[in-house]
Design a protein around this ligand. Structure first.
Ligand SMILES: Cc1cc2nc3c(=O)[nH]c(=O)nc-3n(C[C@H](O)[C@H](O)[C@H](O)COP(=O)(O)OP(=O)(O)OC[C@H]3O[C@@H](n4cnc5c(N)ncnc54)[C@H](O)[C@@H]3O)c2cc1C
Length: 392
C-alpha cells in the first residue's frame, strides 16, 4: 500500500466522521461517508492490483479497521465485512466472478454484505438455509438472523447448505424471493442497518452466482475465523476514548483539591495502562517477532493468535469505556458531544460478533487441555426437572 492512502483514511476518520455525526442522526445510513471512503480507496484495499485494487498488506488493512474504529464502529463494520468478502471472491471466485466483481468492489460501486449466522447454529454443517438445484437454475430457501448492511448492500454473500457443502450464493437483495426484515432494535452500531433476511424460492444461476461454482465448499474458510479486524476496531475505540477522557479530565483538574487530583491521576493511570496493553497485544498480532536468541525454554513466548487478541482487547475495551465514562462524571454519560456514549454503546457488541469471546476461549482451553481420555467411571448426570425445563 502507499502510506498516503492510509494517511488519507486516518485523516478522514479523525476529521470528517465527528462533524458528520454532529450534523446527522446516528441511525441514518452514512452514504456521504461511504462515498468518501470509496474515493479514498478503502474498499479496494483487499483487491489485487490487476483488478484495480490496492492489494494492501494484512497489517495495513488492520490499520483501516483501527482508524474507523476510532471514528465510528458501524462504518468500521461495513468496511471490514466488505474487505473480507473481497478476499473471499479473490480466493474462491471463478475467473469470471473475479472479473465481474472485484473491480466494482474495489471502487465501492458494489458493496458486499455477508449472511451466515442463523440463531443457534454453531457449525456450517448445521445451517438450515438450503441451496437446491432445479435443472438449469437453483433456488435458495431459509433465513439469516443478523445481517450487517442488509438494507444497503449491493450483493449479499449467503452461506447455505447444498448437499454436503456450505456454499456461498451471491444474492441480489433487490430481486424477488428476498425479504429484508425490520431494523433490529439495539443499543449501538446504528447507522449501518442490521436486519434478518429471508429467502423464499430465490432463483439464481448455479454456476455464475455460487462463489467458485456449484458445490464449491467454503467450510474450511468459514471455520478459519480470522478475527483480527475486531481487535483493530477495539484498540481504535480505546485510543479514542482515552484521548477523550484525558482532554476532558485535564480541563477540570486545576479546580480540584490535591487529594482528588491524586485519586483522579491514579484512575487515569489505570485507564492508560489498560489501553497500552491492548495496543501491545495488537502489535504482537500484527508484527509477530521470533523469540529472541537465548530465550530460556521455561519462558516460552507463544505467538499471539487472532483469537487471543480479540478476546483480550474486546473484553478490556468494556472496562476502558466504563471507567472513562466514570472519570468524566455526568458528562461521561450525557453531553452535547456524546462521542463517549457512542463508543460505550458500540463496544458492547464486539465481544459477541464475529465469533463470541466465550466460543474462542473454549477453543483456546481445549487446545491447552488436549484430548481427554475416556473415563469409564465418568457418569453423565441425569437432568433434574428444573434443568430440563430451563433448557426448553
Ligand atoms: C451487531 C451484530 C452484527 C452482526 N452482523 C452479522 C453479519 O453481518 N453476518 C452474519 O452472518 N452474522 C452477523 N451477526 C451474528 C453474529 O456473528 C452472531 O450473533 C455471533 O456469532 C453469535 O452467535 P449467536 O448469536 O448464535 O450466539 P450463540 O452461538 O447462541 O452463543 C451465545 C452465547 O452462548 C455461549 N456459547 C455458545 N457456544 C459456546 C461454546 N462453544 N463455548 C462456550 N460458550 C458458548 C457464549 O456465551 C455465547 O456468547 C451479527 C450480530 C450482531 C449482534
Amino acid at each position: 500500500m502507499d502510506d498516503t492512502g492510509l494517511d488519507r483514511i486516518a485523516q478522514f476518520a479523525r476529521q470528517e466522521i465527528g462533524p458528520y455525526l454532529a450534523a446527522h442522526p446516528e441511525d441514518r445510513y452514512p452514504l456521504p461517508l461511504v462515498r468518501r471512503l470509496a474515493q479514498l480507496g478503502a474498499f479496494g484495499a483487499a483487491v489485487p492490483t490487476q483488478h484495480g485494487g490496492g492489494d494492501w498488506s494484512r497489517r495495513d488493512i488492520a490499520l483501516i479497521g483501527y482508524e474507523l474504529g476510532r471514528g465510528w464502529q458501524p462504518l468500521a463494520g461495513l468496511v471490514s465485512t466488505h474487505l473480507k468478502l473481497c478476499r473471499q471472491v479473490s480466493e474462491h471466485g471463478t475467473p469470471q466472478q473475479r472479473e465481474r466483481w472485484l473491480g466494482a468492489m474495489a471502487r465501492g460501486e458494489s458493496v458486499f454484505a455477508r449472511a451466515y449466522h442463523e440463531q443457534g447454529i454453531a457449525h456450517p454443517a448445521q445451517l438450515r438455509t438450503r441451496a437446491i438445484r432445479r435443472g438449469r437454475v437453483a433456488v435458495l430457501d431459509g433465513r439469516k438472523s443478523w445481517v450487517t448492511n442488509a438494507r444497503n448492500a449491493d450483493r449479499v454473500l449467503v452461506i447455505a447448505r447444498s448437499g454436503n457443502a456450505a456454499v456461498g450464493v451471491l444474492v441480489d437483495p433487490g430481486r424477488p424471493g428476498v425479504t429484508i426484515g425490520p431494523e433490529l432494535p439495539r443499543p449501538g452500531l446504528l447507522g449501518v442497518s442490521l436486519a434478518e433476511i429471508a429467502f423464499a424460492d430465490y432463483e439464481f444461476d448455479p454456476e455464475d452466482d455460487v462463489l467458485g461454482g456449484w458445490d464449491h465448499d467454503l467450510t474450511q474458510s468459514l471455520l478459519a475465523n480470522d478475527v483480527t479486524s475486531y481487535t483493530a476496531r477495539a484498540v481504535g475505540s480505546a485510543d479514542a476514548v482515552l484521548e477523550h477522557a484525558v482532554r476532558f479530565v485535564r480541563d477540570g483538574l486545576a479546580h480540584r483539591s490535591a487529594d482528588v487530583q491524586g485519586a483522579i491521576r491514579l484512575r487515569m493511570g489505570e485507564l492508560a495502562a489498560k489501553v497500552a496493553v491492548m495496543r501491545t497485544v495488537w502489535h504482537a498480532l500484527l508484527d509477530p517477532r521470533p523469540p529472541a536468541d537465548g530465550t530460556p525454554p521455561e519462558a516460552p513466548n507463544p505467538p499471539m493468535t487472532s483469537a487471543v487478541a480479540k478476546v483480550f482487547c474486546t473484553a478490556t475495551l468494556q472496562d476502558v469505556v466504563r471507567e472513562a465514562a466514570t472519570l468524566c462524571g455526568g458528562a461521561g454519560y450525557a453531553a452535547a458531544d456524546h462521542a463517549l456514549g457512542r463508543h460505550y454503546r458500540d463496544a458492547l457488541a464486539l465481544p459477541i460478533i464475529g465469533a463470541p469471546n466465550d466460543v474462542l476461549l473454549s477453543r483456546i482451553g481445549e487446545r491447552e487441555l488436549g484430548p481427554v481420555a475416556a473415563d469409564s467411571h465418568a457418569t453423565t448426570p441425569t437432568p433434574t426437572p428444573a434443568t430440563t425445563s430451563k433448557a426448553t
